[in-house]
Structures are given as C-alpha cells and as structure tokens.
Ligand binder design. Structure first.
Ligand code: ATP
Length: 267
C-alpha cells in the first residue's frame, strides 16, 4: 500500500522554511505536464525570490535527451525552482551537481545511508536511482539569467512500475525508517538548496567540490562515457572546480563538461 500523505500546501512549506521563507515564492498545482516547462514559461518574480512550483500529479516529467521522468500519485515528490544568477566564466557550470548535493544532504539529514551522486545529475542510494534532476537555462531578453532546476524524488515506487534504468530504482520508503510529511520534506530540500546556491553563487562550485567528491558513486571505478556517436572508457577521477568530469584514460586525463553524455560503470 502506498503511504498516505497530506496534500502539498504552500503555507506549510513556507512555515517549514522558517526565516528563509522570504527568499521563496511557492506555488502548488494539482496537475501539469512538467513543472520545469511551467517555470521556464513563467514571468520572473518581481521581488527576485526563488520561484518554486510543486505539482501533485506530473504527467509528462522530462529527463535529459527527451527521456521521461515517471511519477505516481502519492508516490513521488516533483517540483522545480527557478533561480536567478549572475552569469560568469564559471557560472552556471556545475549547477546540476550542486542540486544533487542538496538532495543528498537532505536525505542524509533524515537518516538516509548509502546516498551517492552520479555525474552529472542523479542521486542514487546504494547504486539505485532515487532522484533525478533536470536543469534548463532561461535567458529571456531584458531578464536576468536564470536556471530552472527540476527535481523528482521517488517516495514509493509501485511494484509494477516499469522503469528501464541501469542499477534499478530506489524509493524513500525503502531508504528511511520513517517518512517525513511531503511538505516538510520539500521545505528541507528548499532550505538546503538555498544554502548551497548561496555558496555556489559567492564561491563557485569549487567550494562544494569536496562534498560532491565524497559522495561520487563511481569514484576510482572503471567507467564508460558515451555521447552521440562516440564513447570513451577510463577511470572516474571525480570532478574539477567547474563540475566537469575527470576521466583517466590511457592518453591522459580527459575533462568532460556536462552535455548530452551518459556515464555508466564499465561492463
Ligand atoms: P543517464 O545519465 O543514466 O544516462 P540521465 O541522467 O540522462 O540518464 P535522466 O534524464 O536523469 O537520465 O532521467 C531519465 C531516466 O531516468 C529515464 O530514461 C529512466 O531510465 C529513468 N527514470 C525515469 N523515471 C524514473 C524514476 N521515477 N525513478 C528512477 N529512474 C527513473
């Protein structure tokens, strides 16, 4: 039986954010195709707050490269936030890693063990995918640059869910001994995101690199990197100060910036 949750409620989410509530504008809707798509199209907040959109039922969740992100009523937490930033030579490189780190830290704070990060955008627990992240940049004319950060977390995956993912799927019911209320969970995630986004905008990904590396799912393991029409094997040597993947290859250290690339353990 899926766990029963109270409905998502902006006032409860804001209450959970405490002093940080003033940095956020929070909206909840019953149903949408993709919270990312909604926020990419939304007008920026005139007060410059981080805009959050959470959805009870997301019917067309997206991953990278046209892939789908699946969610289930009562079984998922799906939301996006739109965050403005000053673009620079190193910004916003590494943003998906920052978002993943925020999710990982939140889960750890709740008692989750074995939380790992898979470059560039997945949160795993003991090798199984628990959460997905999709970053989309918005650069409208006359607007500040902003990024929409979409996050889907599995709370309870139905037994008959057909998800084709290497390593399998994890859900929070299986990872935590007690599940928090979804409003509390979302407030905790937003609070951690706000903390890490602050650090990231003032000091860049370099300040968070060590924390990401500690949770690197493939640290020092043989991996296969593949993109459109190419692949490269090597040993995963972590990430650099821009969040680029470092791959030890027979020809030396290769640096790979995020793009349409998949990382897998070598067969
Ligand atoms: P990879 O890096 O593993 O090649 P990706 O990071 O590009 O994949 P994403 O775009 O993050 O993948 O997520 C989409 C993929 O995640 C889907 O193709 C599917 O395999 C898997 N997936 C979809 N829904 C879920 C879910 N609820 N839980 C876990 N995995 C899912």
């Amino acid at each position: 039986m899926p766990p029963k949750f109270a409905p998502l409620d902006p006032s409860r989410i804001l209450a959970g954010l405490g002093d940080r509530a003033r940095y956020f504008e929070v909206r909840v809707i019953d149903e949408c195709g993709s919270t990312n798509s909604e926020l990419v199209e939304a007008a920026p907040d005139p007060l410059g707050r981080i805009q959050v959109l959470a959805c009870e039922r997301q019917t067309g969740g997206r991953g990278r490269r046209g892939r789908s992100w699946l969610s289930w009523d009562e079984g998922s937490l799906t939301f996006s936030l739109r965050w403005s930033f000053e673009p620079g030579p190193h910004m916003p490189a590494g943003l998906s890693l920052v978002a993943g780190l925020a999710v990982a830290r939140t889960l750890e704070r709740l008692g989750g063990e074995g939380v790992q990060l898979k470059w560039p955008n997945d949160v795993l627990v003991n090798g199984q995918k628990l959460a997905g992240i999709l970053i989309e940049l918005v650069q409208g004319r006359g607007q500040r640059a902003s990024a929409v950060i979409g996050i889907g977390v599995n709370l309870h995956v139905p037994q008959d869910a057909a998800i084709d993912v290497v390593g399998g799927v994890a859900d929070l019911v299986g990872v935590l001994s007690g599940l928090p209320d979804r409003n509390t969970l979302l407030a905790m995630l937003l609070s951690e995101l706000a903390t890490l986004l602050d650090t990231y905008s003032s000091a860049g990904f370099a300040a968070l690199r060590g924390a990401w590396m500690q949770r690197n799912a493939f640290a020092d393991l043989p991996v296969l990197l593949s993109g459109e029409g190419w692949s490269q094997s090597g040993v995963c040597a972590g990430v650099d100060e821009d969040g680029a993947l470092l791959l030890e290859t027979p020809d030396g250290l290769r640096r790979v910036l995020s793009g349409e690339i998949s990382l897998r353990l070598a067969p």
